[in-house]
Design a protein around this ligand. Structure first.
Ligand SMILES: NC(=O)N[C@@H](CC(=O)O)C(=O)O
Ligand SMILES: [Zn+2]
Length: 424
């Protein structure tokens, strides 16, 4: 099966329309005006074609919470957003903390995933205990890396022993950093200016930054690759910057919402603005972009966290943390960071493709002859407005509804197969 993409704009060659020939699941030729026949032709005139996007932080909710999202709907949302490889968090029910449970998830993925899915396993049994999972056995059963995302590892000794074991097994530890002992009164949003005005309980940045400080020292002592989820505070950025300077093997991600919003965007007590970590101050928001630009933060990940309408209506009090992000990440970032000239298009694409691929040793994320035919195509010219109706996720919990965007997805290809195409 041959598929030919005509007249695309590609990174590194913005000015000359480029053709891409895909044969079976591989990129076979890249060049101007390729004279080849193909069973299927996609016209990408005036549109940007990139390597398929990679998202190392997604919640698919299956098994256990299928009313929020399933592997089928979550991967359809990923495809809708131009993502061809996503890494699924283990905070499902049951969490894949044994070989049997991991094999079950792998079976569900191979049955219904529309894009490539890598599955994380928990660091500790049930995500909250201090009993380490059997890393070697879980890796053999398909675990991609280890994380308790959703909760922080509270005990230093537990994290230390998990890192030591991970270093031995040559796998990464991915951390949601949050020290619960510093959450004095629960907390539904950033402890700063806005939570006081809205009379809502705050979550101090210390919960995140102090645990990062602990963990980078543990990472140094064990030599593990330690990756930090959804960095949100300027103090965290500083600690990571210093750790990198000291030669520690630490990497970090930031979400689109932490890059594009701050507590000042929260005008009322609205659960669509409730996520963990919370939107912090304007100064934090600026520090995150600075961190990305100077290489302290390595990549962008969405933290796609679907919850039902019933759960996410009304007040932040009592509603779950999290917002969806797969389908809006690229256009929001393109519109608000690239079009405003704060970052270049090449940088944005790197943070969503080659950077995560390189850091997690995935042989994807490049548009080259011989590479897997995982591609995304974006329409940078036409404006749209984000609406509930355009989303393929089962949930629609996002505070970005109503935002104007450029750069919506035109098509997405995984292993040479079209998995999403905009309807005309
Ligand atoms: N980010 C969130 O606010 N929620 C995530 C958990 C997580 O990523 O920490 C979820 O699972 O809903
Ligand atoms: Zn998290």
């Amino acid at each position: 099966m041959k598929l030919l993409i005509k007249n695309a704009r590609i990174i590194g060659n913005h000015d000359f329309p480029t053709d891409i020939l895909i044969e079976d699941s591989t990129i076979k030729k890249i060049g101007m005006d390729l004279k080849v026949s193909a069973e299927k032709i996609l016209n990408a005139k005036g549109k940007l074609v990139t390597p398929g996007l990679i998202d190392v932080h997604v919640h698919l909710r299956e098994p256990g919470f299928e009313y929020k999202e399933t592997i089928a709907t979550g991967t359809a949302a990923a495809a809708r957003g131009g993502f061809t490889t996503i890494c699924a968090m283990p905070n499902v029910n049951p969490a894949p903390d044994s070989v049997k449970k991991m094999q079950n998830i792998q079976r569900l993925i191979s049955k219904s995933a529309k894009v490539k899915v890598k599955q994380y396993a928990p660091i500790t049994e049930q995500l909250t205990s201090d009993r380490l999972t059997d890393q070697r056995a879980l890796v053999n059963a398909g675990a991609f890396a280890f994380t308790n995302d959703g909760v922080g590892v509270q005990t230093a000794a537990t994290m230390y022993l998990a890192m030591k074991e991970a270093a031995k097994n040559k796998v990464s530890i991915i951390a949601h950093t949050e020290d619960d002992s510093l959450l004095f009164d629960g907390g539904v949003m950033h402890e700063g200016k806005r939570n006081k005005e809205l009379n809502l309980s705050g979550m101090s940045q210390l919960t995140e930054s102090t645990q990062i400080a602990r963990d980078v020292l543990l990472a140094e002592a064990t030599g593990v690759h330690y990756h930090i989820c959804h960095v949100s505070a300027k103090e965290s950025v500083r600690v990571i910057r210093d750790a990198k300077k000291a030669g520690i093997n630490v990497t970090a991600e930031v979400t689109p919402h932490h890059l594009l919003m701050s507590e000042e965007d929260i005008l009322s007590d609205n659960s669509l603005f409730k996520m963990n970590p919370p939107l912090r101050s304007k100064a934090d928001q600026e520090a995150l972009l600075e961190g990305l630009l100077d290489g302290t933060i390595d990549m962008i990940a969405t933290d796609h966290a679907p919850h039902s309408d019933e759960e996410k209506q009304g007040s932040m009090i009592g509603s779950p943390f999290g917002i969806i992000g797969s389908e809006t990440a690229f256009p929001l970032l393109y519109t608000n960071l690239v079009k405003t000239r704060r970052v270049t298009l090449d940088q944005l694409v790197e943070w969503l493709t080659s950077k995560p691929a390189e850091i997690f040793n995935m042989d994807i994320g490049r548009l080259e002859v011989g590479a897997p035919a995982d591609l995304a195509c974006f329409d940078l010219q036409n404006e749209k407005v984000i609406s509930k109706e355009m989303l393929h996720s089962k949930s629609s919990n996002t505070p970005f509804i109503g935002w104007k965007i450029y750069g919506d997805t035109y098509f997405t290809i995984v292993d040479g197969q079209v998995v999403y195409q905009e309807e005309n």
